[in-house]
Write a protein that binds this ligand. Structure first.
Ligand code: TMO
Length: 317
């Protein structure tokens, strides 16, 4: 009798893992696409891998701040590039409300801030210290900015608070938002011919670092709360008087329901971790080699099967 019971028990236990390892839902995994190249290529790379796992995938173009609310509500399934500088605040706000999950960090270390190509420093040798900016402001002037310098910030949805920062630190600069990432590269390219000083928003990892050696302006270092507590940073009455984090994270995020609805794809998302070099390469295939993002993803995957195959193998149902 005892033997019989344990046999039945062992049999039912053995059957459990099979029952528990439910297949991924056939509903499409919704992957958001934003307005910078590495994110678009990476989203296609990971979407292709999820299809290799048998999943259906759908891409939607979304605002890069509003996406965190969409993930929380389950309308979008995941986000592959949560940059601390640009999206930390929106991500934290969504986490606090619930429904979204931190799925861990990429290996990559990120920075997003005011940046110049190296020839700029010949005209303004006090850089990268931000204190040098005001003495050099006229070097960055354009017909529209008069005596003030021009800082070309990123597109508005990256929420860099450039205007607030210029104000908080008393910078003699006009801050304009670029309409697209391409407008930033065009501004650097136009300045390159005559080695004209130029100050634009840039980030790493990116293709740009291999094309134009350059540096970030060293602003007062980021302190947690610099965007919510005026007492942080050197100006005790203003927010945004700090640089963005100089060693920022790059995270992955998911809707909380993803792990149960698409366990294999979730397993893959957890394992994914790209390096600075891998992400810069994704951007280069589009911004330098002028491939379409979908082709760039296929090309990148072909060259990096050794990186991704162990993740896919480990997550196959
Ligand atoms: C969000 N970005 C990486 C372009 O700064």
């Amino acid at each position: 009798m005892k033997i019989l019971t344990s046999t039945i028990l062992a049999g039912s236990l053995a059957a459990l893992p099979l029952a528990a390892a439910a297949a991924d839902s056939s509903d499409p995994i919704v992957i958001p696409i934003h307005n910078w190249s590495s994110q678009i290529v990476m989203s296609n790379v990971v979407g292709d891998l999820m299809q290799e796992l048998g999943d259906n995938v759908e891409y939607v173009t979304t605002d890069s701040q509003a996406v965190y609310e969409s993930i929380r509500l389950g309308d979008v399934t995941l986000e592959l590039e949560v940059w601390e500088g640009a999206f930390g605040a929106s991500f934290r706000a969504a986490l606090a409300k619930g429904g979204i999950e931190d799925v861990g960090d990429h290996d990559a270390v990120t920075r997003e801030d005011w940046w110049y190509p190296m020839w700029t420093k010949e005209a303004c040798p006090g850089l990268p210290d931000w204190h040098a900016l005001n003495d050099c402001a006229k070097l960055f002037a354009t017909p529209e900015t008069g005596d003030k310098g021009l800082f070309l910030d990123g597109p508005v949805d990256w929420l860099k608070h450039g205007k607030e920062r210029a104000e908080a630190l008393g910078l003699n600069f006009v801050v304009k938002n670029a309409g697209s990432a391409a407008a930033l590269w065009a501004a650097i390219g136009a300045a390159e011919k005559d080695k004209k000083p130029v100050l634009v928003f840039n980030w790493t990892p990116n293709f740009a670092e291999a094309v134009w050696p350059g540096e970030f302006v060293e602003f007062p270092p980021w302190e947690d709360g610099c965007d919510t507590d005026p007492s942080k940073g050197p100006n005790k009455e203003a927010l945004y008087d700090c640089g963005n984090p100089a060693h920022g994270y790059l995270k992955k995020a998911a809707w909380e329901g993803m792990k149960d609805k698409w366990p294999a794809a979730y397993c893959l998302l957890k394992k994914i971790s790209f390096t600075n070099a891998q992400i810069a390469q994704m951007a280069k295939l589009v911004d330098v080699d002028e491939m379409e993002p979908e082709e760039a993803a296929v090309e990148w995957l072909d060259a990096n099967r050794d990186v991704v195959d162990p993740w896919v193998e480990a997550c196959k149902g």
